[in-house]
Design a protein around this ligand. Structure first.
Ligand code: NAP
Length: 252
């Protein structure tokens, strides 16, 4: 393992936005832990990184489970190097209108997004503090501003913003920044599942969404990867506690 090569952990990196972020950070020169629920599902992302000369490790872990997180982060530190970049990206949807939303729907979403980001950040921060360098990047969403059928998800994504600002305040003196990326509509399995749930073909769903977006297109995972690459960079050390909406237009 090269001493200069920094280690990044990207959660939920088997597919979608997480896979794109993992590949981008690898091409930026980081050794990348590709973490997802099922280690086997990380194979495509890991192979894509290795095939272009990068360094990657598949790690199976449930970010909402304390012991699983502890073991995963220790394994990354031992096999890849002390992690100093963390992208909290793992996520799920359990959409429903409030009157139909179950306690399980609520707990599952808050558990993966918020508890997951808390457990991962707490486990990784000691490596960052030791290194006097760290970058924590949390995936929020435009849904943090409110979205019909997403009481659980919008609460979690708004929570990610407060969590991010607090990490920025607590960890800044150790050279650690914390920022949130709040994507709008990004073409992934997650938005495809939403289209399927409302009974609209994904292509039509994308076209309708694009009509509402000032840059007249929907987002790609690479749009988020580019923003994550910037926030992880050395040059972004004075950017902390921010929420960057990557949504093709302004959001309040
Ligand atoms: P995705 O395609 O559904 O991928 C999410 C990944 O997270 C999956 O590989 C999933 O694994 C993994 N995951 C779920 N629960 C996990 C757990 N407990 N521990 C570890 N990994 C877990 O989602 P995406 O669209 O790329 O979204 C990525 C992030 O961006 C999420 O936080 C999402 O809320 C946010 N976001 C997305 C959009 C969008 O338009 N797509 C917009 C705003 C924000 P399994 O496949 O095994 O479930």
């Amino acid at each position: 393992m090269s001493q200069e090569r920094r280690t990044a952990i990207v959660t939920g990196a088997a597919r979608g936005i997480g896979a794109a972020v993992a590949k981008r950070l690898a091409s930026d020169g980081y050794a990348v832990a590709v973490l997802d629920l099922d280690e086997g599902s990380c194979g495509d992302t890991v192979e894509a990184i290795k095939s272009t000369g990068g360094e990657a490790l598949a790690v199976g872990a449930d970010v909402s489970n304390e012991q699983s997180v502890t073991e995963a982060v220790e394994r990354v530190a031992n096999e890849l190097g002390a992690p100093t970049v963390l992208v909290n990206n793992a996520g799920i949807l359990r959409d429903n209108l409030l009157f139909k939303m179950t306690v399980d729907d609520w707990d599952a979403v808050l558990g993966v997004h918020l508890r997951g980001a808390f457990l991962m950040s707490r486990a990784v921060q000691k490596y960052m503090v030791d290194a006097k360098f760290g970058r924590i990047i949390n995936l929020s969403s435009t849904s943090a501003l409110g979205n019909r059928g997403q009481a659980n998800y919008s609460a979690a994504k708004a929570g990610m913003q407060g969590f991010t600002k607090t990490l920025a305040i607590e960890l800044g003196k150790f050279g650690v920044t914390a920022n949130a990326i709040a994507p709008g509509f990004i073409e992934t399995d997650m938005t495809a599942a939403t289209a399927a749930r409302v009974g609209v073909p994904f292509e039509d769903f994308i076209k309708a969404a694009a009509q509402q977006i000032p840059v007249a297109r929907t987002g790609k995972p690479e749009d988020i990867a580019h923003t994550a690459s910037f926030l992880a960079s050395d040059g972004a050390g004075f950017v902390s506690g921010q929420v960057i909406y990557v949504a093709g237009g302004p959001k309040d």
